[in-house]
Design a protein. Structure first.
Ligand SMILES: Nc1ncnc2c1ncn2[C@@H]1O[C@H](COP(=O)(O)OP(=O)(O)OP(=O)(O)O)[C@@H](O)[C@H]1O
Length: 261
């Protein structure tokens, strides 16, 4: 759970207003977009702005309904019930953010459906309890519609329960502002890094699974701010994280050299 100051977030379009309306109207929200484009930061910003606690769950292929709802545990020779993050969020009227929801096991759908349509209920089978979500509870899920998720996808019956917002890497000017602010570098350097990222993003189709994210640009700028030579910073924070193939690394470094000689 995170509370406190409002984390910095630069809006790309109408997402802040849309999210606020969804919250007030008790509609769940789905965020789609590539890795490191600002989805998590956006949710953290919105939770703080709306004054709600935030429970974030990074979904993985072993994550089950019980991991979200809760389970009986044994302690001091007795069994006791322990709420999972989703149940806690419903009880407290918090925002629950399920990151990469398509990774989770299929049994999670059964609990997400009645919670994300107008019933807004969370049946806890193991205890026989049925929780009615208070108006302040909000379910937010995200996934990366990259090609590795095409097969897994999201069932239409799940998808059609959400207001959906599409994210992408921000427009160059905005992305430069984000990099400058997040890493504390000057505007000129930030703009040059964004140009480089966009040159690398064009190459994405070749053999890269994902392109250079805003997150990696912030990392690269941070290393430069700490005094690393531009090429060393780009290699460590922008190129090596993209691929394990040494030849591709060198090909990408050639692009880097045209921007940072
Ligand atoms: N619009 C933005 N405003 C401020 N910072 C941003 C923005 N977009 C990206 N960032 C920066 O990029 C970093 C990565 O963003 P974030 O963690 O939100 O990505 P994500 O889309 O949730 O990625 P993943 O899907 O991999 O979890 C943030 O920590 C922040 O530094």
């Amino acid at each position: 759970m995170e509370t406190g100051a409002i984390p910095h977030y630069q809006a790309q379009a109408q997402e802040v207003t849309l999210f606020e309306h969804a919250f007030r109207r008790q509609l769940p929200v789905l965020l789609k977009g590539p890795t490191g484009c600002g989805k998590t930061r956006f949710v953290e910003h919105m939770a703080a702005k709306l004054g709600r606690p935030l429970y974030t769950v990074a979904c993985h292929d072993d994550l089950s309904a019980a991991d979200l709802v809760g389970r009986h545990l044994i302690g001091d020779g007795e069994t006791y019930w322990n709420d999972g993050p989703l149940t806690r969020a419903v009880r407290e009227g918090a925002i629950c953010y399920l990151d990469e929801v398509v990774e989770a096991r299929k049994d999670t759908t059964v609990i997400l459906h009645p919670l994300s349509d107008n019933r807004r209920i969370l049946p806890i089978e193991r205890t026989g309890e049925t929780l009615h979500a208070p108006p302040e509870f909000m379910l937010v899920v995200s996934y990366n519609p990259g090609y590795q998720n095409l097969l897994k996808g999201m069932k239409p019956s799940t998808r059609q329960r959400f207001v959906a917002l599409r994210f992408d890497y921000p427009q160059p000017e905005l992305e430069a502002r984000i990099v400058a602010q997040e890493a504390g570098v000057d505007d000129k350097l930030a703009a040059q890094l964004v140009k480089l990222a966009n040159a690398l993003r064009v190459l994405k189709e070749h053999d890269l699974e994902e392109s250079a994210s805003t997150r990696l640009l912030v990392y690269t700028a941070t290393l430069m701010q700490d005094g690393f030579e531009p090429q060393a910073a780009c290699r460590a924070a922008l190129v090596e994280p993209l691929t394990d193939d040494p030849e591709t690394v060198e090909a990408l470094m050639e692009v880097v050299q045209t921007f940072f000689a």
